[in-house]
Design a protein. Sequence first.
Length: 470
Amino acid sequence: MRTEPLRYTDVMKIIILGAGQVGTALAEHLATEHNDITIIDINGDRLRSLQERMDILTITGNGAHPNILRRGGAEDADMLIAVTCHDEINLVACQVAATLYQTPTKIARIRSLHYLAHEELFGAAAFPIDVLISPEQVITNYITRLIEYPNALQVLDFCDQKLQLISIKAKANGGPLIGQTVKSLSTHLIENDAEIAAIFRDGTPIIPTGNTVIKPDDEIFFLAEYPHTHEVMRLFNPMIPTNRRVFIAGGGNIGTRLATRLEKDFQVKIIDRNPIRIESLATHLVQSVVLQGDASDQTLLQSENIEETDVFCAVTSQDETNILSALLAKKLGAKKVMALISRPSYLDLITNSEIDLAISPQQVTIGSLLTHVRRGHIVNVHTLRGGTAEAIEIIVDGHKKNSKVIGHHIKAIPLPSEATIIAIMRGNQVIMGHHNPVIETQDRLIILLLDKRKIRQVERLFQQEVPIFG
């Protein structure tokens, strides 16, 4: 077991249990950052396929068994991430890693509400899990935000939801900022402030200057304080619809959580084919309309007035069902359709299709995991643009003598060219990056990194080492 603190030049040794969609996506993400990755799964064929594509070690076996963990290097591993599809394996693996190998950090994916309802199960006195990840809850929160912000492509929370980074498409003949420079944003926000962090134009990322002109079809990433984000959105696209009617296809964990979350504020219908699940939904939900049937049944959708639906969310466990039902709902008149799609190849296929938003559960979940994998005082990570970019919240610690950043203007910080400090949260005060403030200890910085391969350079800037400034 490692006893000295991890240095920024060290390679992190990480064991991932489960080579499913989340485990594979996480391994791919972390392997590109020069980590030492071992992935364990009972499916040898799946592991052989991974090893052909990535520079990782694979072990076939049950990750909860002590001998398998030992073969995976648990005795000197920095972190165990248990993301198999079985909660019980994840729980026991963390217990074994803690008891036998004293693994410093243990992360477990737990899906069952029967476990999650009892917080006392997780901690030093019970299952020694340092970080609990519930992908269904993370995805539910993500979709809820997209429904609350009708024109947004992505809505990400920072600083305990006080700040939001929002992606929106600039519409031709839209808001007053179309055809104007980035610096003109301040003339439209008299009492509030915002920062345009990045622009994606024809798929190419741009970190804008004040003189960058905003063009139709640009994808804009802007940061603003929570109460004012809708005001900023109208500057790029003033026609913001009001979502009232939501139709959910799929009554599994995500569909149930989503309906429960939304039914107080929206008119919700939820459909599933399974009669046992329908009975459970009807008992659990209070105001939602529960339907038994096939979400790709055209006659059924028409009888439920699908043309009056503001948002159709397909969140079944089958990608094909989600794609087909979303396309059908759009054809029949639903104003906006979303589909949960796990296979990356399917995501590529439906690009520029009638589906308004394709949501990758792996990419949504990975952000939650990366928050705990990153070095330093990084407290929040969100993945953007299919995982190629990241938005990071980091707390500045230390003092001038042992910090590369404290006491310096943000524009003087030698970040990679692909990174920019969007804003500072200092106590309850928000300071946008274009004001070029001086960084102080305990500031919370929001950083946009358009090439996540440069994450190590960013991390090193915030370590408490020998300053690079004179």
